[in-house]
Design a protein around this ligand. Structure first.
Ligand code: IMP
Ligand code: MG
Length: 197
């Protein structure tokens, strides 16, 4: 379904990088791969709020396994507007133990990788049976630490994107596609790192 919207939000978008239909097809493809790879084992999806909320909601319904979900919210702090600092504050922790569980982290986007690098170490410390990563978007150009990504939706160029959960200043998360934010919208000419993941 294509949404025609006549809001200012839509006008702030330059190119649509990933359409609603492309996202839907990719979610089905990733869900089938995950279903196959886990071979009937129970999996716990850990979504990193708020950006991965739509992806999580769609992906979980494309996975045919016994499945639990948990939600974390983290925010990086202390960095500049364009670089994460790698210091991550946990705003919302897991609500159940993941010890001995097969855990799949569900992320919206991996940029520098600093947030996920922290999260991986944090979750490994809780002794899951396995820990894998699924991200909708990957921006490898800006990677500062190597991240072992198991499932990637789309690899995108180094542009600041919004929509399908991704925000700029907490807005645009409700757009059904992933689009490039027009540079003039950032204001001072400096693209801003979305603070909360
Ligand atoms: P990292 O620690 O640099 O990998 O940052 C990852 C987080 O930064 C993501 O979870 C997003 O919240 C945010 N982020 C990175 N790139 C973008 C973007 O292009 N648009 C919106 N948010 C972004
Ligand atoms: Mg963000």
């Amino acid at each position: 379904m294509t949404h025609e919207r006549d809001t200012d939000l839509q006008a702030d978008i330059g190119d649509i990088l990933v359409s609603e239909a492309e996202i839907a097809a990719k979610v089905v493809e990733l869900g089938a791969r995950i279903t196959h790879d886990y071979g009937g084992r129970r999996v716990t999806l850990v979504s990193v709020l708020k950006g991965s909320l739509p992806f999580m909601a769609d992906l979980m319904r494309a996975i045919d396994l016994p499945l639990r979900i948990d939600l974390m919210e983290v925010s990086s702090y202390g960095g500049s507007t364009t670089e994460s600092s790698g210091l991550v504050r946990i705003l919302k922790d897991l609500s159940a133990s993941i010890e001995g569980e097969d855990v799949l982290i569900v992320e919206d986007i991996i940029d520098t990788g600093l947030t996920l690098n922290y999260l991986i170490r944090y979750l490994r410390g809780k002794n899951p049976a396995s820990l894998r990563i699924c991200t909708l978007l990957d921006k490898p150009a800006r990677r500062l630490v190597e991240i072992p990504v198991d499932y990637t939706g789309f690899t995108i160029p180094d542009q600041f994107v919004v929509g399908y959960g991704l925000d700029y200043g907490e807005l645009y998360r409700n757009l059904p596609f992933v689009g490039v934010l027009r540079p003039e919208v950032y204001g001072e000419g400096e693209p801003v790192e979305g603070e909360p993941a």
